[in-house]
Design a protein. Sequence first.
Length: 92
Amino acid sequence: MAKKTILDNYEKDILESYENNEWNSSKNLTSRAEELKKYVEFTQKAKIAISLRVPEDDLYDIKKKSLELGIPYQNLIQGLIHKFNAGEIRLV
């Protein structure tokens, strides 16, 4: 007997998106490779672990956006913090 897979809302959203053909291959693999190299360089810097509580909906949206960008959600959060500290993002 096959084991039934139970998906959470996040996983269901990904599956639905895939089944609706919303996923596209990168047309320019060279520029995509360069973009991913930058993410790798950024993520290889020394890190300190922190604990952060955020609303579940916000984390869900961050994870969804990270999938669109093709990067892990933790790296997206790190990038946002870095850009804020560098003055590239301002809070109003």
